[in-house]
Design a protein around this ligand. Sequence first.
Ligand code: LUZ
Ligand code: MOS
Length: 750
Amino acid sequence: MKNIDSFGHLRGESLFVDDIITRQDTLFGLVFDSPKAHGKIISVNYAKAEAIKGVIKIFTYKDILGENQIGGIIPDEPLWAEKEVHFIGQPIAFIVAKNEAIAKKARALIKIDIEELPVITTAKEAKEQGSFINAPRSFKLGNTENSFAKCNYVYEGNTFSNGQEHLYLETQGSYAIPMENGNIKITSSTQGPTIVQKTVAKVLGIPMHKIEVDVIRLGGAFGGKEDQATAWAVMTAVAVQQLKKPVKFVLNRHDDMRMTGKRHPYESTFKIGLTKDLKIQAFEVDFLQNSGAAADLSPSIAERTLFHATNSYFIPNVTTTVYSCKTNLPPNTAFRGFGGPQGMFVIESAIAKAANEIGINKRLIQEANLLTENDEFSYGQIATQVEAQKSWFTTKEKFDLKKLEKEIENFNKENLQFKKGISLMPIAFGISFTNTPMNHARALIHIYQDGSVGVSTGAVEMGQSVNTKMLQVAFNTLGISPSKVKLETTNTTRVANTSPTAASATADLNGKAVLQACNSLIERLKLVASKMLSVKENQVVFKKDFVFINDKKSNLSWEKVIAQAMIERVALSENAHYATPIIHFDKTKEKGHPFAYHVYGTAITTATIDCLRGTYEIDAVQIVHDFGTSMNLGIDMGQVEGALAQGIGWMTMEEIVYNENGQLLSNTLSSYKIPDLFSIPKTVDVIPLETKGNDMAILKSKAVGEPPLMYGIGTYFAIQNAVSAFNPNYKLKFHSPFTPEKVLMGLYEN
Ligand code: LUZ
Ligand code: MOS
């Protein structure tokens, strides 16, 4: 089944926040933000700005009737700065005007006097100065100290992986409308409608039931709208509360890039120990996470880094520690993979370093340490239904690794200016919110009296096609044609207390709720149909819009059963709740079983570098991926390809640059480059691994949103492999992204 949004998108008919037809009296907002990364606010003079015709009001922290606080995990983030500023782009005031042009003019006339304080931009500086978001956390398995002593090979090293701009096509935005009795309706481009509702209630000082948040769809999010869509929605709501007029605020690209946080840069140090047979016996890492100026989701992201620090390998002795370092950058936030990719880059770097020092192919170490059934992760979960080996060996075989390696060897012998490199990248990604209480969802289904069906869930459509999957679950379970089912907007009044659409888990959680609700409805309708046909209830099957008896189509249609159900006063609506079973985690011991299951896969990447210029092309990425039993291979393949491109961008060209004053220099699309048609691999092959799937996955179709991003890490090592082929003196560096400039330096260092 095709994505149900395809036609709307193609024709430009799909609605995003900026497409909503606004009420005639709508006002427009714009944020005035800090020009300095750290300092005391001495004074702000709004007089000239306020004097402009068409400026309605400039809101500051003084106008807040509830709490000036939007921090989710830790209350450390004011909506609008009060006495101090902590990053460039930090909101200080909200200008509401007749139109955006007036608001812009006003913004330029605001005078601010800041007494500057020292600025920290890197995690390392923050750690040295003891500037942290919260206490560090450590996962421990076995005993690394004793074990290093018994190792034949022990190596240490350090790594850096940079941030990443989400660059969702649709920028952040919100449109809030006053309803009666002080109620407010907000259309927001958010992954977390409930987070918006809860935070608006807190800042406005009113109960949650007065706020209705509606989400049609997002033009991309990638984690950037899990927590960071909230501030803008709250600002429009504060203005509506006081002005009693609709207020719209859609950020322009420049403001969005400057004001919002990104993927966390990490600086890490590792120590890895192996025995002669290449078994990794011990692994230690200190992860320094550059959290930015407030917690946002950093503590959760740090946690996921620890969960993925050993990727798809079994290591019996592990000590990993993560420090969330407070710096004067915008609060960094969720980004596809959520700290997992940062963790996996370090273990892959450590293995590359060990292989290089020992003088062997990296893949021999990878292969010798792949997870198998009943291995223990450092956090206590026992690995089951493990596909690490199967995906690895299937990849090697299906894409004929031996032949590939031979071809590359020959190519490198024959060519001087161009060199090729190759890498293997296995992945293991845990599915479930690491915070166990978040793993639940609900669905509300109405069958209308004409037989058409409306499905509401807590899932937010953001281009990943979750609505198509929900529709598939519904029409398959009800036995009716897809055209009879409509996916409703995500709305806090219809489905309450939702977790954000995140963690790759949304189709699983909400899909299970849809499945349960449809099954309950079918139970009731079977009774109705059995009476109409004078058969037993258990003989009734709903299929192809008709009732089937013992696999034989009757002439009783779905519509007739629904009409009869109405007459018999049978409930045609159902609300279902699903909570992931089994999972648990004890933070005091840092042990438990946090994930419903893991997703596995392996990628082979080949790249060619131009040794005169330092430029490179990715020849091919060939993947065997564990979809379980995919419920929609077209959609899932799209997720793999998109995630791969995004992972490659992170590892190769997307270079976020802040100067020492905390100013974002890569703040435009001309200074921040994401992959395009010319930079993605010339060939991308994806073969589904045949596996049984997992009962905790919706219809055994495993989560697919985030795991494939980490195939992109393979690109770093393929390029590195090519650099080494040209320059035997090249000392392996683990400093991502591997830009052409860095390649060139590596090619000619001695
Ligand atoms: N968001 C979150 C996530 O709140 N918790 C998670 O564990 C998570 N994992 C991946 C992506 N987003
Ligand atoms: Mo996310 S990184 O919001 O799944």
